[in-house]
Design a protein around this ligand. Structure first.
Ligand code: SF4
Length: 569
């Protein structure tokens, strides 16, 4: 056992400030115990409102105690292995494998390999078929699970297909009952599979055709043929706020407060919009009260939502919070709902950098993805911001969008230059924008969006497109281009659109210490099958068994409209 690792955990704990009441974690007698694991390290996890909210919700359940577990920092992993220290919870430093439930909060597909690392460090067999009654039941939920849990189906006993507020109560009740009665795992899973929004993969069979596509996906016995996504109808029924603030995280000492869920805009690429459909928002009074409660404990309030500037009462709410002398933090602002008053509010909060998401460089591409605003609107927003003194801009773009041409990619360079010009002309004293960061991201077509049928752009094409943009600004020191690595976007596509067979790839990569090129070569699976192949409407997609509350026909129509827009030129 490593004393250093335990001391580090205690230090992190001592630097946390609870904003909401939490139980005494030393007393674990009798109740249902849950180890809630985030697939990334503490620094990242504690800035994730979804993870924090689930932690609080589990701890509100009677007879239930939930503690947190994180992916160890990279430098600590060898220490775990060297000292034979099993992965442990933060609060009471108990081994994860001693808990009844190991629940993974999953936000991003590229974190899936961490699930295997964490189970390995915990000493829990990775494959569900190898686990026995003494091992915890393994659960997973979160944004990417809502879209497609199948690549993790060999490792996870059951999945939550829905929002935590609606699922945690019935789920915890069923687990407590099973524990009290000493029911077998099989019986407990059987009971769970009957609950809305829960998916137990062992009760569903899949068969494949010779061409590799799915022949059928079938529920055994009387389990529902499709798993209905459950969602919170009335957002005012609960306020989603971070129960803990800490300085040891990306959003340091920030109280996170959710304004809205989903988005009414329907951009065709947007997983946040489709996975959290339909759009809902909270009453301003509730939000104001929650923000004020954090006064004195948090240094800032971070407003969380898919499109913050679309929130109907954003101005009065922001002003009231500022009156309490609590600075606000706005994430990305949508250009077509950015008013001079909102820009003033952000500036008065101390914000000097603003993130705008044109997503694409040309009007044509923005029509294809249904972004819904023009270049004129983008430049108008830049002027509003520059006039108020904002001098650092982050522009978010995707490359590899459906039907994208070289001209569309060059449009990113042209638009950025125009942003630079308009910021200069409108800034007080005609000062050049201090810095414009162009963030380039490879487009990954996500399940449950209209682009779920569309192939990923090829790797060499993506690398070349990113190179063009970087070349375009080579001589300008005020414009910085940051670009993701398309090879990781390729992996993300495999993991987000894969079926159960992708589990073999994850397991192989884990055994090879994360050597993905070798893993791709070692398994009898062609990853390109999931990445570059266009799908037909008739094909059974791995996530079709989820009923997202939106018809597949609607998504297909949206996809066809996008292709038509692209053909218009
Ligand atoms: S406005 Fe933003 S959050 Fe809303 S659908 Fe478009 S990209 Fe998604």
């Amino acid at each position: 056992m490593s004393r250093r690792l335990f001391e580090k955990a205690r230090r992190l704990l001592s630097q946390e400030h609870p904003l909401l009441p939490l139980p005494d974690f030393k007393d674990r007698r009798g109740g249902l115990s849950i180890a809630l694991a985030y697939l990334n390290r503490y620094y990242t996890a504690m800035s994730n409102l979804g993870f924090q909210a689930v932690y609080w919700l589990f701890n509100q359940e009677p007879g239930t105690s939930c503690q947190r577990v994180f992916l160890p920092d990279p430098e600590d992993i060898p220490e775990y292995r060297r000292t034979d220290t099993p992965l442990f919870s933060l609060e009471s430093q108990q081994p994860v494998r001693s808990f009844d439930i190991l629940a993974f909060s999953v936000s991003y597909e590229n974190d899936y390999p961490h699930l295997l690392t964490m189970m390995d460090l915990a000493g829990i067999p990775l494959l569900r078929k190898d686990r026995n009654e003494a091992d915890p039941l393994v659960l997973a939920g979160g944004a990417s699970i809502l879209m497609n849990p199948e690549p993790l189906a060999d490792f996870v006993d059951f999945f939550v297909i829905g929002e935590a507020e609606e699922t945690i109560g019935p789920l915890a009740h069923s687990l407590r009952k099973g524990r009290e009665k000493g029911l077998s795992k099989e019986t407990r899973l059987h009971d769970l599979a009957g609950l809305e929004g829960l998916y137990v993969p062992q009760f569903y069979d899949v068969a494949y055709r010779p061409d590799g596509t799915i022949d059928f996906f079938m529920a055994q016995k009387d389990f529902p043929p499709r798993v209905k996504k459950v969602w919170l109808k009335d957002l005012n029924a609960s306020v989603t706020v971070s129960p803990i603030v800490t300085s040891n995280t990306e959003l340091s000492n920030m109280l996170l407060l959710e304004l809205s869920r989903g988005c009414r805009r329907g951009c065709r690429f947007c997983a946040g919009c489709y996975a959290y459909f339909p759009y809902r928002h909270r009453d301003a009074g509730l939000l104001e009260k929650a923000a004020v409660q954090g006064k004195g404990l948090a240094e800032k309030v971070g407003l969380v939502g898919a499109a913050i500037s679309d929130y109907p009462g954003i101005l009065p709410l922001g002003r009231r919070i500022l009156q309490e002398e609590i600075p606000l933090s706005f994430s990305s602002l949508r250009v077509d709902s950015l008013s001079p008053e909102l820009a003033d509010l952000a500036f008065r909060s101390g914000q000097r950098t603003v993130t705008l998401a044109p997503e694409a460089g040309s009007e044509r591409m923005r029509r294809v993805i249904k972004k819904g605003f023009t270049e004129e609107t983008i430049l108008k927003a830049v002027e509003i911001l520059a006039e108020r003194g904002f001098n650092t801009f982050r522009l978010y773009f995707m490359v590899g969008l459906p039907q994208e041409s070289k001209e569309d990619v060059k449009g990113i360079i042209d638009l950025t230059r125009k942003v630079q010009h308009h910021a200069l002309v409108r800034s007080p004293g005609k000062k050049k924008a201090e810095r414009i960061t162009v963030s380039l991201n490879s487009f990954v077509p996500k399940p449950t969006t209209p682009f779920q049928w569309h192939p990923f752009d090829d790797l060499s094409g993506l690398n070349e497109k990113m190179k063009w943009v970087k070349e375009g600004f080579r001589k300008d020191r005020n414009i910085i281009v940051t670009a993701d690595l398309p090879k990781w976007a390729y992996l993300q596509t495999v993991l987000s659109r894969g079926d159960r067979r992708v589990g073999k790839l994850l397991l192989t990569a884990h055994k090879l210490g994360g050597n993905w090129p070798q893993a791709y070569r070692s398994v009898d699976l062609n990853p390109d099958f999931y990445v570059y192949r266009p799908r037909t409407f008739e094909e059974i997609l791995p996530w079709d068994f989820i009923d997202p509350g939106m018809k597949k026909e609607f998504l297909w129509e949206e996809y066809q409209k996008a292709l038509q827009e692209g053909r218009k030129g």
